[in-house]
Design a protein around this ligand. Sequence first.
Ligand SMILES: Nc1ncnc2c1ncn2[C@@H]1O[C@H](COP(=O)(O)OP(=O)(O)O)[C@@H](O)[C@H]1O
Ligand SMILES: [Mg+2]
Length: 274
Amino acid sequence: MIDIKHVSYRYDEESPEAVKDVTLHISAGSFTAILGRNGSGKSTLAKLVNGLFQPTAGTILVDGLDTADDKNTWEIRKNAGMIFQNPDNQLVATVVRDDVAFGLENLGVPTEEMLPRVENALQHVGMEEHMDRAPHLLSGGQKQRVAIAGVLAMEPKAIICDEATAMLDPKGRKEVFETLRRLNREKGITVLWITHFMEEAAQCDNVYVMHDGSVVMQGTPMDIFRDPEALRPYRLDAPQMASLAASLRRAGVQLPENILTCEDMVREVKKLCC
Ligand SMILES: Nc1ncnc2c1ncn2[C@@H]1O[C@H](COP(=O)(O)OP(=O)(O)O)[C@@H](O)[C@H]1O
Ligand SMILES: [Mg+2]
């Protein structure tokens, strides 16, 4: 779905490359995390995928379309919708339903087709009851779900979320992450989940770790988080339970390496005790 080959990007001549020789492959239907500290190049990469910036070197294909060709920009943005960090910057209308319809109007979708698509999109994110409300009265998590509905109404193949939960409280974070997980499972939408939260990356299918503009690690969450020491150079910590399991293993407790979440820990500790 998204093929990034040896891509570099520099904002201006004086600054170092913000993205350095990045190669990654996002297959259709996958749910992939890009994990990295602040300044590691994640947002720059997202904007390159979206065609907002052109690579200084290398190529990016989104569903086979080269982002360097201006003729493809519109199709790429329709195929790969983006959700950003600040929900308030993404909502444009005074009523939820108009907000979700906004992108469809730009696409020139006939009016009679618009309402069912808007309703359907809002149902998919569990926001249909709020259709006639003003977006500014919603919680942060609800606003992000409306923004997701706006992207969903365009029937994209992929959704790129750039720190979509970073400004939300834990409840909002959970509801937004789970909405995307469900859209991925039920509708097969490819999700690129950009985050600095380890706990979220641990729930994705694949993880790429970025540091100083480069991809420095890639694999399943288990590959990435098995050894918390390996993440140190990139100033990242493993999820709490993975770290605890590693400490217990060092202290001689016979725990397996497949522990990332509380549920995993409870399951394995029960096995030890019973
Ligand atoms: N508009 C810009 N102009 C110049 N440098 C920028 C700009 N935006 C980001 N950068 C630099 O590019 C690097 C990567 O930033 P960014 O892609 O925003 O990282 P992340 O999203 O991982 O926090 C950083 O060193 C940052 O300072
Ligand atoms: Mg960023």
